[in-house]
Write a protein that binds this ligand. Structure first.
Ligand code: TTP
Ligand code: MG
Length: 357
């Protein structure tokens, strides 16, 4: 028996933080806008959270140092992030989108997967449903999003990114391999920078190159991830849209005013980051099991270390102790540190944990 064909949407808001800022401050519209750390006339530290498309044209993108953004585009409007606002708007958008699907999975602050298989009989109906969703988001929130439609989450996600902003891209199952083939391997969820470099060494640049490569060689070189990666390259993804709305992780990070090797100062900053993270977790009634710390040295070399606890918690003491233990390995070498971060993940929603002390 043939499995019923699925129709999956992936929705991704366009330049989310800056789009919300432009909506709240129409005087910024048409100008390059950057949300992130304070640029301090080019001397600022920290990074760009996101930028609107005008600023992207000047080369300003998520993750680049704010000092570089300033050099590239001094005339941009620079704004600090207003997280409570973005979270509120995100919640409103997710409430709208949720109604369109039988299974709905929020992914990060501005993305979601929707399984609409039971609501449409073909791709033409899927297209009009997606247009309706885009229209409702525009009318109610005055924001645009891009939607990808495909036979699974993998293809839908790559499709939503294909045409942006305000895009709608449909990739039918039969067209999936041809759609993916010319795209760089980096577009696959499994491929980070290191894997990308290893693949390039083997002459694999595009998803098509990977799809054609001998899967047993890939599996030998990359293990289980290699097998997954090869399936992805062929457009195969059986993972379900999981009805889940909770956030995946809570994190805070800080860039020091000056790079420092002062262990006490670093640990003190770590404690206050942990306090912010724990406060949010408690506020959202989330208990976590995994803790990650991130360290960036003065030369931008960046490391992360994680620990999965034997218990779930949202107590500040547990978080501070675990984060300190994890960070200590990075403090032994007297190297100057530029940035640290704390993240918690593997959540369990509070209600289910009534027995917790
Ligand atoms: P994205 O959806 O990756 O980016 P975007 O919505 O700004 O732009 P696009 O139109 O390409 O989708 O991320 C959503 C938000 O998450 C983004 O507005 C800001 C935040 N973010 C960061 O804070 N740091 C980052 O490095 C990235 C990638 C995103
Ligand atoms: Mg987005």
């Amino acid at each position: 028996m043939r499995e019923k064909k699925r129709v999956i949407f992936h929705m991704d808001m366009d330049h989310f933080y800056t789009a919300v800022e432009e909506r709240e401050h129409p005087e910024h519209k048409g100008k390059p806008v950057v949300v992130g750390a304070d640029p301090k006339e080019g001397k600022g530290r920290g990074v760009v959270s996101t930028s609107n498309y005008e600023a992207r044209r000047a080369g300003v993108r998520s993750g680049i140092p704010i000092s570089r953004a300033w050099k590239l585009c001094p005339e941009a409007v620079y704004l600090p992030p207003n997280f409570p606002l973005y979270i509120r708007v995100s919640n409103e958008i997710m409430e709208i989108a949720r109604k369109y699907a039988d299974k709905f999975e929020q992914w990060g602050i501005d993305e979601a997967f929707l399984d609409v298989s039971a609501r449409v009989k073909d791709y033409a109906e899927a297209e009009s449903l997606a247009k309706q969703l885009k229209r409702e988001v525009k009318e109610k929130e005055n924001l645009t999003c891009s939607i990808g439609i495909g036979p699974n989450k993998l293809i839908a996600k790559i499709a939503s990114d294909y045409q942006k902003p305000d895009g709608l891209t449909i990739v039918k199952e039969d067209d999936a391999e041809a759609f993916l083939a010319p795209l760089p391997v980096r577009k696959l969820l499994w491929v980070g920078r290191k894997t990308e470099a290893k693949l390039k060494n083997r002459g694999i640049f595009t998803i098509g190159d990977l799809a054609r490569y001998d899967p047993t060689v890939i599996a030998e070189a990359f293990g289980v991830m290699g097998t997954q990666m090869h399936l992805s390259a062929r457009g195969i993804d059986r993972s379900e849209v999981e009805t889940r709305t909770e956030v995946k992780s809570i994190s805070h990070e800080t860039t020091f005013e000056e790079d420092t090797a002062d262990a006490e100062a670093v640990l003190k900053a770590l404690d206050s980051l942990a306090a912010e993270v724990a406060k949010e977790a408690v506020g959202q009634k989330l208990f976590f099991k995994a803790v990650t710390v991130k360290v960036r040295y003065e030369n931008f070399e960046t490391h992360t270390r994680s620990k999965t606890l034997a218990f779930i918690t949202n107590r500040l003491q547990d978080l501070q102790k675990t984060a300190r233990d994890l960070l200590k390995a990075y403090l032994k070498n007297d190297r100057k540190i530029r940035l640290i971060g704390v993240r918690v993940s593997n959540f369990v929603k509070g209600e289910k944990q009534k027995t917790l002390a």
